[in-house]
Design a protein around this ligand. Structure first.
Ligand SMILES: NC(=O)c1ccc[n+]([C@@H]2O[C@H](COP(=O)([O-])OP(=O)(O)OC[C@H]3O[C@@H](n4cnc5c(N)ncnc54)[C@H](O)[C@@H]3O)[C@@H](O)[C@H]2O)c1
Length: 437
């Protein structure tokens, strides 16, 4: 089958290559000429485990171009970012991709939307644009096949995860299932389009709300002198309890965004928006801890460990690190960032010794495994303070080397200001007596 995949990013490129490896002829289409040039020169432009190897295996059945050609099936995998000020989906890329397909669409072709969209967007937006081809919705097949793969393990998950596919009619769903069966080894469940759109969003909303619960529990635990990490571990021994971990906030291209897509047409939201607010407030909570530690320190410098939105990936989209850094700047702190996974960021990325030199506190934001391998005996900084927002460091080891370490949510008070402030301030009075305050 000849397949055209529109959008060769984190999702579109591996999907296109898996189709190509499965024996289909694949035309990858992207509007970014640099992406096309790089792929046609044999280089992938995305950091993802196993992707270069997959490309090398599939490249004889794959070409990349910036224009659309005729095909039997079209897959849309273009961005659907959040319009941050309005908190609604920006569907401009999906509209543009659908308009491109409409110029080539023939009877009996299959169009699959992989991009994440608000419920009803296929029926209201995408299919009417495809119908501008002159065909009616019953002349072509249409399905939504939302993606569930996780960055860092994308290829494995694309192959092994179960999927849901929603077709405009049973024949559309079955055609899409047949196509994806060329590489998907998980089960494929069929439903209708609107259900598929809704289910994708509710999966990530469930995770966002669950993390918000963990974050709120972490704050309560701090007040109650409870270690939330141990408490959640033990609570999850209950056969029907699965609480996620707290952290410095929620980022990435899905969990921090999908709840807004799910609710943009709804008047019935409460817990979903509240959860977004709780998760967005976590950098403020971490700053509060940091402020206590740096109390009395003149012109403090803070080292950020990890600016990606989660561990062991270089993806900084919606990362809570950005808000945290900006809050630090508003406090008057100088910032030094260290992240061995990230190539480009809004702030300079330094090597480890430079990021640590003259620093007064490390704040661990991303749970990169490499941070666990850092030898505290070799860490040279001005003051030996660490805030671990992910509970991944061996705190006893760091303490043994003279560090104070505050694990977010461990219920222990943060170490207080490091430059000794006078504990007793005296004010001279008229009769030469002093009144201790
Ligand atoms: N990245 C993930 O982990 C993930 C997981 C699940 C779902 N999704 C969803 O998948 C979709 C794609 O996300 P992504 O992370 O792959 O995005 P991305 O930004 O990595 O890549 C999208 C690509 O589409 C290209 N593009 C934009 N407009 C185009 C057009 N009209 N025609 C052809 N190409 C075009 C861009 O140049 C870019 O290379 C989004 O809706 C996202 O929400 C992503």
């Amino acid at each position: 089958m000849k397949i055209s995949v529109l959008g060769l990013g984190y999702i579109g490129l591996p999907t296109a290559l898996l189709f190509a490896k499965g024996g289909h002829e694949v035309i990858g289409v992207d509007v970014n000429q640099q992406v096309i040039d790089s792929l046609n020169a044999g280089n992938i432009h995305i950091e993802e485990a196993g992707l270069q190897e997959l490309f090398d295996q599939a490249k004889d059945h794959f070409i990349a171009q910036n224009t659309i050609s005729e095909a039997d099936a079209f897959i849309i995998a273009v961005p659907t970012p959040l319009n941050k000020s309005l908190r609604i989906a920006d569907l401009s890329y999906v509209r543009a991709a659908a308009a491109m397909i409409a110029t080539k669409l023939k009877k009996q072709d299959l169009v699959v939307l992989e991009s994440t969209v608000p419920p009803g967007a296929s029926e209201r937006i995408v299919i009417p644009i495809l119908e501008k081809s002159g065909l009616s919705g019953s002349d072509f097949f249409y399905a939504h096949c939302p993606e569930r793969a996780i960055p860092g393990n994308t290829i494995h998950e694309m192959v092994h995860n179960d999927r849901i596919i929603g077709g405009t009619n049973p024949e559309s769903g079955m055609r899409a299932r047949e196509l994806y069966s060329s590489f998907v080894q998980g089960s494929i469940f069929l439903t209708n389009v609107r259900n598929a759109e809704f289910i994708k969003l509710l999966e990530n909303t469930y995770r966002d709300v669950n993390i918000a619960l963990a974050n709120e529990l972490a704050k309560i635990a701090e007040e109650s002198g409870i270690n939330i990490w141990n408490a959640i571990k033990l609570a999850n021994k209950h056969p029907r309890c699965t609480i996620h971990n707290p952290g410095p906030g929620v980022g990435g291209h899905c969990i921090a965004i999908d709840p807004w897509f799910l609710t943009e047409n709804s008047t019935k939201t409460g817990i979903i928006h509240l959860s977004r607010d709780i998760n967005d407030s976590m950098p403020n909570f971490v700053i509060h801890i940091l402020r206590g530690i740096l109390k009395g320190v003149k012109e403090p410098t803070v080292t950020i460990f990890g600016v990606s939105y989660k561990g062991n990936v270089g993806d900084t989209r919606e990362s809570p690190a950005l808000k945290f850094i900006q809050l630090c700047e508003n406090e008057g702190y100088a910032i030094k960032c260290y992240d061995p996974f990230v190539n480009a960021f809004d702030y300079p990325l330094l090597d480890l010794p430079s990021a640590l030199s003259d620093s007064d506190c490390i704040v661990l934001i991303s749970d990169h495994t490499v941070f666990q391998q850092i030898d505290p005996s070799k860490v040279q900084m001005r003051r030996k303070n660490v805030i671990d927002t992910r509970n991944i460091l061996d705190s006893q080891r760091w303490k043994a080397h003279g560090f104070t370490i505050k694990i977010m949510g461990n219920g222990e008070p943060e170490p207080q200001g490091l430059e000794e402030l006078p504990t007793e301030v005296s004010i001279p009075v008229m009769d030469d007596k002093v009144i201790p305050l």
